[in-house]
Ligand binder design. Structure first.
Ligand code: OVV
Length: 398
């Protein structure tokens, strides 16, 4: 076997500096090569559109059983029992994936759309009345935090726990920092609330949570597995949509000519969200762990090594996209992989798209012009990209 010289870099994808402007760092990573050893963390980085897809399509080599984040479950103990959909490989994965896909199917979405529309209209009307807002707490956060738990069938009381839990889940994807240790002091109480709300008795009839228990009744899952799949909803369903809607709104606010296109033709809402997911996805990176030594894109990757896969870089790869740094809601976004691809591609992506489409249609109907009213701020969670603040003035449609 030939020995390949590994390409190394001291870039730290978890540093505040990297996360403040990941796109220039991705360009540097892509220029180094498709697979680069990140010496600070002892992991591999994959940043080209085609190699990102190649990794995500080879689940036999690039496993999810080693954990969804930087922690290597082949060597370390997970902070919570691993997800039975995200952190498993086939054949185990297939059964749980089937149940979640069915619960989040077009049929469910058709039944839910009307409620999304009512809630979106209400939140948008409130924000427009206010005019000058911080769009994150005033608009972007409240909408998913209502419609998602409503759809699952979770009671209204205590929903703020979902945000703290989401921060833990996605925080655990990164390194063990003081920020993380501090956050995790709340884990016992918050995890207890979450687990309590994953029980059959805690879920309203007719909701998506109850559909998971119906699968248990049909013999497809055990009662404990049903609770674990509801936990997956509560882990991955809230922050992800808050962050992706927030980043889409910022992109539209920063590109007034794109906002004008959407305002004049609200049927572009879905396309705008899709383009924003290419341009600035809330999921910038994911992890895989090798099951064997593998020659990949010119590198020799050892067994049980962590591979960090940059969806956010794939969306800006000039080998795949024309003018990748241009936000253009009329772009053909086919090949956009901000939701991932392959067997672990986001199972809730149609749900997320519906949430966003309804939201931006409501906004387009009520708002003529969006004015930036100060700098936005990033929410510093290593597993998700999102905003903590987005000051705006909404000028209402006449
Ligand atoms: C995709 C994703 C992210 C975080 C948590 C989970 C899934 C889960 O299944 O718990």
């Amino acid at each position: 076997m030939s020995t390949t010289a590994r390409i190394t870099s001291d870039l730290d994808p978890f540093s505040a500096e990297f996360r403040a402007d990941p796109y220039s760092h991705y360009a540097a990573l892509r220029a180094l090569g498709p697979v680069v050893w990140l010496e600070r963390h002892g992991i591999w980085a994959v940043s080209h559109h085609d190699t990102v897809i190649a990794v995500l399509n080879d689940w036999q080599t690039f496993s999810n059983a080693g954990g969804g984040g930087l922690a290597n479950y082949f060597k370390e103990k997970p902070w919570r029992p691993p997800s039975i959909i995200l952190e498993v490989d086939p054949p185990e994965h297939e059964r749980t994936r089937t149940v979640l896909s069915r619960a989040l199917s077009p049929r469910t979405l058709r039944a839910i759309r009307g409620r999304f529309e009512e809630d979106a209209a209400t939140f948008v009307a409130g924000a427009v009345r206010k005019g000058r807002i911080d769009a994150v707490p005033d608009l972007v956060q409240p909408y998913p935090l209502k419609v998602f738990p409503d759809s699952v069938g979770i009671e209204a009381e205590g929903r703020e726990n979902l945000l703290v839990y989401g921060a833990m889940v996605f925080g655990s994807f990164g390194p063990r920092t003081p920020w993380y240790e501090e956050l995790m002091t709340r884990a016992p109480a918050v995890s207890a609330w979450i687990l309590d709300h994953c029980r059959r008795a805690a879920l309203a009839p007719g909701g998506v949570g109850a559909m998971i228990y119906a699968a248990a009744d049909a013999g497809e899952l055990s009662e404990d597995e049903a609770a674990m799949l509801v936990r997956s909803f509560l882990s991955a369903g809230v922050d992800t949509t808050i962050d992706s809607i927030g980043l889409t709104l910022r992109a539209l606010a920063e590109h007034p000519e794109q906002w004008a296109l959407l305002r004049d033709d609200p049927s572009l809402a879905r396309a705008a969200f899709e383009e924003a997911t290419r341009y600035d996805s809330s999921s910038q990176s994911l992890f895989r762990t090798t099951t064997r030594e593998v020659e990949f894109a010119g590198a020799t990757i050892g067994r049980h090594e962590k591979v960090m896969v940059f969806l956010g870089s794939a969306g800006r790869d000039p080998a795949r996209w024309e003018e990748p740094d241009r936000f253009d809601i009329r772009r053909r976004t086919t090949g956009q992989i901000g939701f991932g691809v392959g067997i672990h591609g986001c199972v809730g992506q149609m749900f997320a798209r519906l949430e966003a489409e309804v939201f931006f249609q409501a906004l387009a109907a009520a708002v003529d012009r969006i004015e930036l009213d100060g700098p936005s701020a990033l929410r510093l969670n290593p597993g998700l990209r999102g905003l903590s603040s987005l000051p705006l003035v909404l000028h209402r449609a006449s």
